[in-house]
Ligand binder design. Sequence first.
Ligand code: SAH
Length: 226
Amino acid sequence: MSAVAVDLTSARRAEMLQVIEAEAKATAANTGRSVFAPRVMDALAEVPRHHFVRDDDHNRAYANVPLPIGQGQTISQPFIVALMTDLLDLKGTERVLEVGTGSGYQAAVLAELAAQVYTIEVLASLAQRATERFAQLGRKNITVRTGDGSLGWPDHAPFDAILVTAAAPTVSQALVDQLAAPGRMVVPVGKVGTVQDLTLVSKNAQGDVTKRSILPVAFVPLVKSS
Ligand code: SAH
């Protein structure tokens, strides 16, 4: 890549961060967070989002919009990635499960902020592509598996944090069971085609589970593997 192209990318990434900051302030009444943790913003500045979108979309990779990634799926808009990541309150030592690898962008952001990321994708072609991207970018702390993520990944449980990036009508009990105590899970809950509730599920050290509605969102559905 030429120096000019690199500069353009970093300028666009800086603009993306400003848009996320403004949106965080605008939604603070709902989310309870008017600014996101500096390390979350640093992770978003670090991960090259243009590597995770189609070649045709390189120009708008840093715009605050969801983009198609093939197979009818989308990469979430940067603000939603930032919000979901921030809600997990990662410190750096955690083991994190992501359900819905998609392009791999969200997993790459999580990998900047936690010790180990496990991510599950139901569509084999997307899982394969994401695995290749992680290798190209030298990310060694992400493990990808093809399968139905609503059942979690019992072999690697418990997880300090779980992020679900596709919508389901209810929170999967299997995922709640695989959450450590304490642990935090962020998941869009609701029917597809309607607005869903981005929900924060918190488990305390005693294992008590509470849920809080954060923001209306629109995600693709969590599907069952056939
Ligand atoms: N986190 C992704 C975007 C996710 S889009 C990114 O950063 O690009 C939602 C993804 O969830 C899609 O790729 C879809 O194929 C996947 N998905 C849907 N149902 C699933 C399931 N049951 N288990 C795992 N992945 C699933």
